[in-house]
Design a protein around this ligand. Structure first.
Ligand code: Q46
Ligand code: ZN
Length: 305
């Protein structure tokens, strides 16, 4: 197959765009799509300081790579959660370190959950939160750390590497449960509702996972291939495979599903639940919370052991 732009041998064929591209043209096309999404959804401007949540995976490292290439002030944040007896998290961190060492201007910081708060995420589940799903606790810890670092560092937004497949799988999950609150909030940009709650943006939300993987590959980005051990068997992986079957039959179906949802939202068909939410400052960490007293994160550390 030939590149549609220059006629050289194509390295990727994107049936949903009816576009095959060679390596060189792909490396031009992909960042343009990212820049377009940043502008279309008004994610941030050229002067803003961006915090990129990096996991060592293909999406977050590619996102960081592109934001730097596009000239944004993009710093990395790696949260060491202590997964896989610490081994999985250490291996992921090594990928981040390696990437930053090769990439000029790539500054990043590491927050080690065990060192900072006393226990890693799996330890926390074992000792204080028995019966709770690791991923739900992990999400809570990550959100807290990201908001804290973004606020303390004066970042305008936190950028995550969620791609179209991630967003479509979340959309399937939220729709199957009719989670209207989550549906109202699922968007490429989650605005800040409090000075201490950072704006969250997803510049890859219109790009297929296959495309982000191809970008990492042609750019020679070394990333962690294995999934987090807690992701194995997760429903989102099953939803992704269902969506892939659909996509195989009908190229572009995944993208249509997501973009039509965004359009419906824009037209006001998914309205947030009425009523003001009162945010108090947590008595422990000072982050905003709807709970009186301590926030959910601080309550983790005072609960039963
Ligand atoms: S890191 Fe954490 Fe994920 Fe691992 S424990 Fe679950 S939420 S799967 S993105
Ligand atoms: Zn708190």
């Amino acid at each position: 197959m030939k590149c549609k732009k220059c006629g050289q041998v194509a390295v990727i064929n994107m049936r949903h765009h009816r576009l095959a591209l060679c390596q060189e043209c792909y490396l031009e096309w992909f960042p343009q799509q990212v820049q377009r999404a940043i502008q279309k959804y008004k994610m941030f401007g050229p002067q803003d300081k961006i915090l990129v949540a990096v996991s060592g995976g293909k999406d977050s490292l590619s996102l960081w790579d592109i934001l730097l290439d596009l000239g944004y002030h993009a710093d990395g944040l790696y949260i060491n959660l202590g997964i896989g007896n610490g081994d999985y998290s250490r291996a992921s961190l090594q990928k981040v370190v390696k990437f930053a060492a090769r990439r000029e201007g790539a500054r990043f910081q590491v927050v080690d959950v065990h060192e900072t708060y006393g226990q890693s995420v799996p330890e926390l589940v074992r000792t204080r939160q028995r019966g709770r799903r690791v991923c739900s606790l992990c999400g809570l810890v990550k959100r807290h750390v990201m908001n804290r670092v973004a606020y303390e560092g004066g970042y305008a937004a936190i950028a995550t590497g969620h791609n179209l497949d991630d967003e479509a799988a979340t959309l399937v999950s939220n729709t199957l449960q009719w989670e209207t609150g989550y549906l109202a909030r699922q968007a490429p940009v989650l605005p800040s509702t409090h000075p201490k709650l950072a704006r969250k943006v997803k510049p890859f939300c219109r790009l297929y996972e296959r495309e982000t993987a191809a970008y990492a590959l042609v750019r020679g980005i070394d990333y962690i291939y294995t999934e987090c051990p807690y992701a194995v068997g997760a429903k989102t992986i099953f939803y992704k495979s269902l969506l892939n079957q659909l996509e195989n039959r009908s190229p572009g179906a995944k993208m249509q599903f997501y973009l039509q949802f965004l359009k419906a939202k824009e037209e006001g068909r998914f309205m947030p639940v009425e009523g003001e939410v009162t945010l108090n400052e947590c008595q422990g960490c000072g982050q905003p919370t709807t709970a009186p007293g301590l926030c959910a994160f601080c309550r983790l550390w005072v609960s039963k052991q």
